[in-house]
Structure formats: structure tokens, C-alpha cells
Design a binder for this molecule. Structure first.
Ligand code: SER
Length: 594
């Protein structure tokens, strides 16, 4: 048996021995990048370096990155989907490329000293080639040299073997490594492209060498990079021959706690298994989002909404298992303990995690009660025994009452629900939110456009001005989101700003702009940055090197960049809004006008 901890240790040790600097996991909340709501892969925080910026730790990096992906939230409860996971990754920033990357992977997977997997159970896929990028014969050749026979090398199209985060930015062909679970082939055409369960992907090596621009065209990046990702939970599951990711060590204590709190057995029946899986997954996700160094709290918008959704879904399933109130906070405590060594921010933010979970559980229990009341009220008027799609959607949309709940209650009353009608209303609503999501994908620092870079620089000036005007040096960034049109900056502060304060802050930023301050950065250790008086939350590991950006004598802050070269390039800064973001956190929106 191999545990998660052992796999992490082996992975990091292997790459450290091959001269990779081990960097810490970045926040789950992408900084200065509006292209995604959460960090969905280890490469996200590294985008500026894949594009050519110099990384203070060098050109070979490896880490374990916490990730959240909620696109498949409805699938959670099956054997392999998770909304939070840890991703093992190694990177070459213009250093080694295909050949070395594949050889590292092969050695780590098959050498007795490392994972010792049977090479006969490995298959790989490589990019088949198209008008944007040639067929990847190089990777295929290296795999053959390693010992993978041609009949286990599959050429697949962009749909399978190409990686990009969002719609634009650094990207490239990839080679994916699959482990044969031993299941029989589902057909003569069975291949890693098939999801019958025979081939499970364990590692993805992306050869990031292109930049995709907004108009869909590809151009070569300044340097050829490697970005690899190995899903920790899935790999531990595969290596141990388990049937589902929920059987791995990571989840065993949480599952046991639910069994105890709900007097239920995980394997009792399909319904209990599914409910337990959803609860352990969702509460882990919520714990990491709330406990993040840039923690978000539940709300009806963007990240806060996603967080609210995972908590509520967990509460609902906890209700079906009749778990006592406060159970979800107990689960969170367990996760905090379990993960605090690797993620100390969880301990620092423990109180917030517990308080917010309890608050949300309380609120949602009321919602469920009201929804139930509304359900019993409306069914009195139903004559044909069918609850219309419109009613089911209203219960869902206005009362937060999930469709499964409506169906369950309807069945208890011997009634049916017009599910098609519901789906119809739902998809119309989805189209609207997709349009909003589309907007979110546009822009972002991935494009490194002048507009976003300038707004990023303005964000530094804003933070320094806020600290000065409000005379509070404990103010720090709680979130930043930049599109080419505007900046949005969150910071912890207990009250709204006065009109005078807003004006003073705006003026201070504009004065700094007018002074044409030169912008430069230096690389140093966290301790040196601290000694220099740089603004930063200093959660970085001891000894880790960071970049410190200075804007004349005005501002000095730990940051990965990129920035303008001189504040004079920015134009006029306008604060367009100051509002509450969540309890104890203020949000400022601002624009630059030429
Ligand atoms: N970015 C790639 C992925 O997420 C490899 O790390 O799969």
C-alpha cells in the first residue's frame, strides 16, 4: 500500500534530486488573474513564468498544489470525481523539454527505487498533429526508447492531447500516461481515449510552447516549457488497486466520523455511499477555500457562490443521513488537523472555517425548512399529480430547494415531477450564467496585456495609499481580480470608507502616478524582504526566494509581477466603487483612464 503522504514525499524527493526547487502551493484564489475563479492546476500561478518572466527559484520547479475544479460537481459521488484535489507537478521553464521530461516520468513510475510500477501496464498518448502543431513523433520516439511498445502509444487529437487553462494563454500538446487497471477491453477500439475504466490517466506532461491569443491564433512562446500534473488522489487510488478515490487514506477518518455521527455504514447501500462521498468531498473543498491564505466567505457571487454551493450540497446530504447539527464543522476540524502540516494556513484560519460553516449550515437549514413549507403549500393546488417544471424551478431558484429534494418529497406524496420542464427552465437560466462565465474568461493576466499590467501596478499603489490614508499597516490584500477594463481589490477593514477617505486614496495614487516613479524588482529571501519592509503576508516558506517590486520610494511589495516600467505609464486612476465584499472585508473597484 502507498499512502498520499508517501507519494507526495517520493515525488518531491525524486525531483529535488534532479535539481528541481520545491516551491510551496500557491493560494486557491488566483492572484491578479480573472480567467478562472479558483486555481485549477499547478500551472496557474506559474503563468507569468511560462510566458518568460524569471522565476526567483530557477528554471526547474516541483510542488504539490491545492486545486479546486467544480465544473463536474454533479458527478461527485461516483468513483473518481472530486471538487478539491492536490496536484503533483514538475516544471521546466525554458530548461529541459520533451525528451528529459518523459524520461523523468518513466523513471519515477517504473524504477524500483520510486514507484516500481510494472511497465507492461503503462500506455501513453501523444498529440496526433493538426494545422496548428505537428504530430508529436518526438515524444513517441522517446517513449519507445524507454521501452513502451508502439501498440501502446496512441496518437490522439487536440480534444484529448492538448492543454490550455481557459480560452487563451500558454498551451501546447501533451503526452498522457495511463495505467491499465486490468479490466478487459470494452471493444476492439478500446484506447486511452475511452472512459470505460480500463485505462486510467495518472500523469499529464504538457509541452507548453505556444500562446493562444483571444482571436484563436497560436504563436510560439519565448521559451519551451514543461508543465506536468499528477492528480494525487487518483494516483494513490490506482496504485493501490482501489475501486474509488474515496477508499484512499485521505478520506478514511472523515468517512469513519460520518459513519459514527450518522449511525450508517459506508457500504450499507448505494444511497449512503453516495451521500458520504459527497459530504467528505464537499466539506474538504469548503475547508480549503475558507481556510485559504486569501480565504473567501460564502456569498451569492463568483467564488463565494461556489463555496456556498458546496457547503449547501453537503448540508443537504448530511440531512438525508440525519447527521446532527454541527457535524460539518466537526468534519472540517478533522481535515484541518489532518492537513495542517502541509497547509499551515488552515490552522491560522481555523476559527473562520468553523464559524462560517456553522453559520451557513444554520442559514441553509432555514432555507430547506421554508422550501419544504412552500412545497406543501403549492401541491395543494395540483390536480393531475404532476408538479410542473415551472414550480420545481421556482423552488430551486427562489428557495434553493434542489430538484432531487422536490422529486423525493413528490414521491412520498405519490406525485411526479415534470423533470423535462424543469431542465428546460434550468438550461435557459444556465445560458445566462454561461454568458457571465464567458465574460469572466475574457481578459486576465494570462494575456499580459498592457491594460491588465497597468491595473496590476495601480493595485500596488492603491494598497500603499489605503495603508497611508487609513493609517493602518495591518491592511493587506485579501483578493485581487483584474480584467483589461478594471481592477477589483479586496482588503480586510472593519468599516466603509468615508467619501473623504476615498478621495484621499484616489489622489494619493494619482500623485504617485504623476511622479513618474521607476518600477523595478529584486529577488531575495522572505526574511530579506521582511527586513526591507516589503508588504506581504509572509506565509512563504523559510528560505524561499521571492520577488520584491519597488515603485520609487512609494511602494515595496512581494509580488510575482508583471508590472509597468514606470508609474507615469498608467494614466488617471479613478475609484468607481467602494463596497462590502463579505463580513470584515471591503472591496474597491477602480479604472485607469488615459
Ligand atoms: N496543466 C496540466 C493539467 O492540469 C498539467 O499539469 O493537467
Amino acid at each position: 500500500m502507498i499512502t498520499s503522504k508517501e507519494l507526495k514525499n517520493k515525488f518531491l524527493t525524486f525531483f529535488a534530486q534532479h535539481d528541481h526547487a520545491i516551491i510551496k502551493s500557491a493560494s486557491l484564489i488566483p492572484e491578479n488573474d480573472a480567467s478562472v475563479l479558483f486555481t485549477t492546476a499547478g500551472m496557474h500561478p506559474l503563468i507569468p513564468y511560462l510566458m518568460g518572466a524569471h522565476h526567483p527559484s530557477g528554471t526547474r520547479l516541483a510542488n504539490v498544489q491545492k486545486c479546486v475544479r467544480t465544473g463536474d460537481i454533479e458527478e461527485v459521488g461516483d468513483y473518481c470525481h472530486l471538487t478539491f484535489f492536490e496536484m503533483l507537478g514538475n516544471w521546466s521553464l525554458g530548461d529541459y523539454f520533451k525528451d528529459q521530461s518523459i524520461r523523468y516520468s518513466y523513471e519515477f513510475l517504473t524504477s524500483k527505487q520510486w514507484l516500481g510500477l510494472d511497465p507492461d501496464r503503462l500506455s501513453v498518448s501523444v498529440f496526433a498533429g493538426d494545422e496548428d502543431c505537428p504530430r508529436d513523433e518526438i515524444s513517441a520516439k522517446v517513449w519507445q526508447e524507454c521501452g513502451i511498445p508502439v501498440d501502446r502509444i496512441f496518437y490522439l487529437p487536440k480534444k484529448n492531447n492538448w492543454w490550455i487553462a481557459g480560452n487563451s494563454g500558454p498551451c501546447g500538446p501533451d503526452t498522457e500516461i495511463f495505467y491499465d487497471t486490468g479490466k478487459p477491453k470494452c471493444s476492439d477500439n478500446c484506447s486511452p481515449a475511452c472512459d470505460c475504466g480500463k485505462y486510467l490517466e495518472i500523469w499529464n506532461n504538457v509541452f507548453m510552447q505556444y500562446n493562444k491569443s483571444e482571436d484563436g491564433t497560436y504563436s510560439p512562446l519565448k521559451q519551451k516549457n514543461v508543465d506536468t500534473g499528477m492528480g494525487l488522489e487518483r494516483t494513490v487510488c490506482v496504485l493501490n488497486g482501489y475501486k474509488s478515490v474515496y477508499e484512499i487514506d485521505t478520506f478514511s477518518s472523515a468517512v469513519a466520523l460520518i459513519e459514527q455521527l450518522a449511525h450508517v455504514n459506508y457500504n450499507q447501500d448505494d444511497k449512503s455511499t453516495k451521500a458520504i462521498r459527497i459530504i467528505v468531498d464537499h466539506i474538504r473543498t469548503a475547508t480549503f477555500i475558507l481556510g485559504d491564505q486569501m480565504g473567501v466567505t460564502p456569498s451569492n457571487l463568483d467564488k463565494g457562490y461556489i463555496l456556498r454551493r458546496v457547503i449547501r450540497r453537503a448540508v443537504r446530504y448530511a440531512n438525508t443521513l440525519q447527521m446532527p447539527k454541527g457535524s460539518i464543522a466537526q468534519l472540517a476540524k478533522l481535515y484541518i488537523e489532518q492537513y495542517s502540516e502541509d497547509y499551515p494556513e488552515l490552522i491560522q484560519n481555523q476559527q473562520r472555517v468553523i464559524d462560517e460553516l456553522n453559520k451557513e449550515e444554520e442559514k441553509f437549514s432555514k432555507t430547506l425548512e421554508q422550501g419544504e413549507k412552500e412545497f406543501y403549500r403549492v401541491i395543494q393546488y395540483i390536480k393531475d399529480g404532476v408538479i410542473g417544471g415551472g414550480i420545481a424551478f421556482k423552488l430551486y431558484d427562489t428557495f434553493g430547494f434542489p430538484l432531487e429534494m422536490t422529486i423525493e418529497l413528490a414521491n412520498e406524496k405519490g406525485m411526479a415531477v415534470d423533470v423535462e420542464g424543469f431542465k428546460d427552465k434550468f438550461s435557459k437560466h444556465q445560458q445566462i450564467s454561461n454568458a457571465t462565465a464567458e465574460q469572466t474568461f475574457k481578459g486576465g493576466l494570462a494575456d499580459a496585456s498592457v491594460a491588465t499590467t497597468n491595473l496590476h501596478t495601480a493595485t500596488h499603489l492603491l494598497l500603499k495609499s489605503l495603508r497611508t490614508v487609513l493609517n493602518d499597516n495591518t491592511i493587506y490584500q485579501r483578493g485581487s481580480n483584474i480584467t483589461p477594463e478594471r481592477l477589483r481589490f479586496d482588503f480586510a477593514f472593519g468599516r466603509p470608507l468615508t467619501a473623504q477617505e476615498i478621495e484621499d486614496v484616489q489622489k494619493m495614487v494619482n500623485d504617485a502616478i504623476k511622479r513618474n516613479l521607476p518600477i523595478s524588482y529584486q529577488e531575495m529571501t522572505v526574511d530579506q524582504a521582511k527586513a526591507k519592509g516589503a508588504i506581504g503576508t509572509f506565509t512563504d516558506r523559510y528560505g524561499e526566494r521571492v520577488k520584491v517590486y519597488s515603485m520609487g520610494d512609494f511602494s515595496c511589495e512581494i509580488c510575482g509581477g508583471p508590472h509597468a516600467q514606470n508609474t507615469g505609464e498608467l494614466g488617471e486612476f479613478i475609484i468607481t466603487k467602494e463596497q462590502s465584499s463579505s463580513s470584515g472585508v471591503r472591496r474597491i473597484r477602480g479604472e485607469l483612464r488615459k
